[in-house]
Design a protein. Structure first.
Length: 304
């Protein structure tokens, strides 16, 4: 009896692959199961079947959670491409069937996510009610990798990061500024170097945000220790704390106009070249992307 090569492929159930991706992203079997509405018992059974199908373990079960094995890391790249291709097929077929929805995974850095992007995405979503967007914040390095590997459909990142073979489009320009309370010793300066602010206490975004990671890495490159008084969940809270004289902060200029406390804070421009941020849109191949993804890119490019 001859070997039917299609039989092996048919054993890869889409639900199993969705579960695998969810567990990899959450690093938890129960959280991954909940993300796709499966019980932990059902998820465990499905994962064992998937590992039996591929012939090797995909995760290491550790006290800290589910850690991908080398085989799992490799499979995750393929799974990301499978779902990207399915989204492309879904988008192309949507012109033939009403009611089908497109879904876009968009990874963005902190500056764009808290500045220009929400308004631009809102306008797009209102005009395209059959498209959903899954929006996540990541640092620029991770965005490049995610788009390259097909984990994200589109990324918006800062200019200083190498984008490799990805297609790149200009999105917006912004400046990082140091925000200080009224009466602060730096408040009267027309511009400063960033290292002049590093002797101050800082109000920072949460440790996991790209803004804080960039701030911390920049201070380290300058050989300085970052004095953090408090971490906040959003820029509005950061600015309120600065206005209350808790410390100073490094924020994108674009977020200041959205803050209720803007009149109680003073934004000081930075002389450092890296403070001027050119935000870029990155995609793998816009030519082969589904129509709804092309529409989003076209919409974002209208800002230029």
């Amino acid at each position: 009896m001859g070997y039917d090569s299609t039989a092996a492929y048919m054993r890869y159930d889409l639900t199993d692959l969705k579960l695998f991706r969810a567990i990899a992203e959450t690093e938890s079997l129960s959280a991954g199961a909940a993300q796709i509405y499966l019980s932990p018992g059902s998820a465990s059974y499905r994962l064992k079947n998937l590992e039996r199908t591929v012939g090797t373990a995909l995760f290491l079960r550790t006290p800290k959670g589910m850690e991908l094995t080398p085989a799992g890391t490799n499979l995750l790249k393929h799974v990301a491409r499978v779902f990207a291709d399915l989204e492309c097929m879904h988008g192309e077929m949507s012109s033939f069937a009403k009611g089908m929805r497109g879904s876009i995974r968009l990874f963005a850095n902190s500056s764009s996510l808290n500045g220009f992007l929400p308004r631009d995405l809102a306008a797009f979503l209102v005009a395209n009610d059959q498209v959903n967007i899954e929006l996540e914040e990541h640092n620029s390095d991770d965005i490049v990798l995610a788009v390259s590997d097909g984990i994200a459909n589109i990324g918006i990142m800062a200019s200083e990061i190498e984008s490799g073979n990805l297609q790149v489009f200009p999105y917006a320009e912004d400046d990082l500024v140091v925000v200080v309370p009224e009466g602060h010793p730096l408040a009267g300066r027309s511009a400063i170097r960033f290292d002049e602010a590093l002797g101050c206490d800082f109000v920072c975004m949460h440790r996991t945000t790209s803004n804080f990671q960039f701030l911390s890495a920049t201070a380290a490159r300058l050989g300085k220790h970052l004095r953090v008084r408090i971490h906040a969940q959003n820029f509005a809270t950061v600015l309120q704390l600065v206005a209350s004289d808790v410390g100073v902060a490094l924020v994108p200029r674009s977020v200041i106009g959205n803050a209720a406390s803007e009149r109680s804070c003073i934004a000081i421009p930075l002389i450092d070249e890296w403070a001027h941020r050119k935000l870029k849109i990155v995609v793998r191949d816009i030519g082969s992307s589904p129509g709804f993804l092309k529409s989003l890119v076209d919409h974002l490019l209208q800002r230029v």
